[in-house]
Write a protein that binds this ligand. Structure first.
Ligand code: IMP
Length: 460
């Protein structure tokens, strides 16, 4: 056996439900003292906000760690990179005065490039489906399918001679153009014009020189030092993962821990801690099963209209109180109760060591007589009580009926609460039931909107 090398602390922050759990809060808690922060999967379908001084900077691609001047950031090989978005974000960060963005942000040469035509293919593929997924429309699925088809472009391709780049784009667009023709749809020329696209990529390549690295070697510079901390900012979540989520209502990357690690140029033995992030209630954008959803007048494709048989005042009120509208698409999010059955499965699938429960303050805003503080502890399904998330749920569309533990509302939770003991008794009971049902401890509790509004239980 080889003597183990000194090894950094490596923390993976993974969404436990359907994304938008507030991963940025825990990621930034670690990032402020980290040496390296890595974004590993997905593309500009994800969204988070970085606070720099009093400036709020919305980001989709650049890791949130960029807000901390001592932290290096890497966009890893698992990402599909929209270069227009990337350069917009770089410019915004520079304008906001964030120091050394060009020096601190590195891009893996083996990250994939999301091309302008991918957005159009996303629209077309949705159009062809009877059961829409409700994608973010950012072209994520088509960018990954080009990668799987081995016609996708990598960041290294930006440095090819122009004619070779043109040839690659030509090959990549053939099937897409054929589909447009087959459907008799007008081709959006500006996003398919090979020569123009190649020239633009070349220009981007020139701007990116100095930022592009060998991701494997770059990460290892930080990995083999036991004084270092590396944070991996997960995108999307366990249940949106192409491998283990609610297929087909998922994103196109493995946004669970293993996919996130390989997207970050790491292996399963490199990670030292996995944190699963949840909200005290659940939310989902796009279609797909959501057993504990509060029925709502919001259609499953996110548009407004009468769709379900009755309205849920609770759902609508929660959405308003919590501002549950998509960061990327501004679509109203579907909302519902905390599902401990699903959370236990996510914790097991992701190898989570502990949880973060965000938005405890939001749930606390319900008044005492509203019976809305609930935890689903098992389901009724096909006449039986079950304690697992059924794996045929996406085929049958038969949604299991949640069985709840209920509390009355009326806890007041404020950002001033810094210790677990400061929380009202009922809120602590809520946390303890979640811990018991999911089987791992809650280490972080979100008590307000800002990153620092978080109780950290050091003893956990
Ligand atoms: P896509 O990733 O745009 O292909 O969308 C596939 C599904 O994942 C849709 O239901 C999206 O709403 C959902 N999704 C993708 N990214 C996010 C995210 O960052 N938060 C929440 N849902 C997401």
């Amino acid at each position: 056996m080889k003597k183990p090398k000194p090894h950094a602390r490596v923390i993976a922050v993974i969404g436990g439900a359907w994304g938008d759990e507030g991963k940025g809060k825990v990621a930034s808690y670690y990032a402020k003292d980290a040496n390296l922060v890595i974004r590993a999967t997905g593309g500009d379908n994800a969204g988070h906000t970085v606070y720099f001084g009093d400036k709020k900077i919305p980001l989709h691609l650049v890791p949130g760690g960029i807000g901390y001047p001592q932290t290096q950031c890497l966009i890893g090989q698992g990402v599909v990179l929209n270069l227009d978005t990337l350069f917009d974000e770089i410019d915004t960060l520079k304008k906001a005065g964030v120091p050394d963005v060009d020096k601190r942000l590195k891009i893996s040469g083996t990250a994939s490039v999301l091309m302008p035509y991918h957005r159009h293919m996303d629209r077309l593929h949705e159009l062809l489906k009877d059961n829409k997924i409700g994608t973010t429309g950012k072209g994520i699925g088509p960018a990954y399918s080009d990668k799987i088809n081995r016609v996708g472009l990598k960041v290294y391709d930006l440095f090819l001679p122009l004619w070779e780049l043109q040839e690659k784009i030509n090959v990549a667009t053939r099937a897409h153009v054929a589909l447009f023709k087959y459907l008799d749809e007008e081709i959006p020329e500006e996003d398919f014009f090979v020569d123009k696209l190649a020239e633009k990529l070349h220009e981007y390549g020139e701007r990116l020189i100095g930022m592009v690295v060998n991701g494997h070697e770059f990460v290892r510079k930080y990995l083999y030092d036991d004084l270092n901390t590396i944070v991996i900012e997960g995108a999307q979540s366990v249940r949106l993962s192409i491998e283990c989520g609610d297929y087909p209502n998922v994103t196109s990357s493995d946004s669970n821990t293993l996919g996130t690690l390989s997207g970050a140029h790491l292996n399963h033995k490199d990670v030292t801690e996995v944190v699963n992030i949840y909200k005290a209630y659940f939310s989902r954008v796009g279609n797909g099963p959501f057993p504990t959803e509060f029925p709502s007048h919001i259609k499953l494709d996110g548009t407004l209209g009468k769709y379900l048989p009755y309205e849920s005042k609770t759902g609508d009120r929660l959405r308003e109180m919590a501002g549950e509208y998509g960061a990327t698409t501004h679509r109203p999010r579907r909302v519902g109760a905390f599902d401990a059955v699903l959370a236990r499965q996510s914790a097991e699938l992701s190898g989570a060591d502990y949880m973060c429960i965000n938005h405890m303050d939001t749930l606390g805003k319900f008044s005492k007589d509203e019976l809305v503080v609930m935890i689903c502890t098992c389901y009724r399904y096909h006449g039986r009580v079950i304690h697992y998330y059924p794996d045929d749920i996406n085929l049958t569309y038969e949604i299991p009926e949640p069985v709840y533990t209920m509390f009355d509302g009326g806890w007041e939770i404020t950002p001033e609460m810094k210790r677990y003991e400061d929380l009202p008794k009922k809120a602590r009971l809520f946390i303890e039931i979640i811990e018991r049902e999911v089987g791992i401890p809650v280490k972080y509790i979100g008590v307000g909107p800002k990153n620092e509004d978080m109780i950290v239980r050091e003893d956990v």
